[in-house]
Design a protein around this ligand. Structure first.
Ligand code: PMT
Length: 215
């Protein structure tokens, strides 16, 4: 089933968290395990696509058939995606990119103090940048803890996407760092699809089928 239906397609997928350092030994990050993005990469490769997987630091193995581009920070992910985007027919931004990074990174390990303040500045929005001069089919994710549908649809329009895949990251046993998820897909043409709780592998297959049928 679905065998080779993505043959000849080049798919760029981002996955995992980013790490934003504020001294040589400390960083800010989030709970992304990379599983959702890696499941997409694995399924796309199984279906014959050429897969470029840009990944933040994760503890899981990359699918052997994908070309892995490891990155650490949001800025590094931005640079790598901008370099690879020209080659892609389909781009799926599944990474949990940090929205803020420390304004400065100390050269030496910071000494202990009674309290400290780390100034954060906004990172560049990779997905919004891709939407500005859109050439590939562009799918984003929306990680929300409330108003899932409205916030996801706002991102679909604001970032000029073809599709957004929304997940409720406050629900127990799905979302971040789980083998399971449940998603709602909102398409540019107004179509909506709700995919109930299932393994990330199964959901990845269904998401890619939706993308396949939309291009
Ligand atoms: O990795 P897992 O443990 O398997 O968990 C999967 C997941 C919950 C991380 C995944 O399903 C998911 O929701 N990924 C998107 C997380 C996220 O950053 O969502 P967001 O709503 O904050 O961002 C919206 C979109 O903008 C995302 O496609 C994100 O990749 C993109 N973005 C965000 C910030 C930024 N600076 N640049 C971006 O491109």
């Amino acid at each position: 089933k679905n065998r080779d239906d993505l043959a000849g397609k080049k798919v760029l997928i981002t996955a995992g968290p980013t790490r934003e350092a504020f001294d040589p030994v400390r960083y800010l990050t989030n709970r992304s395990s990379g599983r959702m993005g890696y499941a997409l990469a694995e399924n796309a490769a199984e279906r014959g696509a050429e897969v470029m997987l840009v990944s933040g630091p994760v503890a899981i193995e990359a699918p052997p058939k994908a070309d892995l581009y490891p990155v650490e920070s949001a800025a590094e992910m931005y640079d790598r995606v901008m370099e690879l985007k020209e080659r892609a027919d389909i781009i799926i931004m599944c990474a949990a990119v940090a929205d803020y990074a420390p304004a400065n990174c100390a050269v030496h390990k910071m000494k202990k103090q009674e309290s400290m303040t780390v100034e954060l500045v906004k990172t560049k929005d990779i997905l919004a940048e891709l939407g500005r001069e859109k050439k590939a089919f562009l799918a984003g994710f929306a990680a929300e803890t409330q108003n899932l549908e409205q916030y996801a649809k706002d991102k679909l329009v604001r970032k000029n996407l073809d599709m957004i895949i929304a997940n409720d990251v406050s629900a127990p046993e799905i979302g971040f760092d789980s083998s399971y998820n449940a998603v709602s897909i909102y398409k540019k043409n107004g179509e909506t699809l709700h995919l109930p709780k299932d393994t990330k592998r199964k959901l990845a297959e269904k998401i890619l089928t939706e993308i396949r049928n939309s291009i």
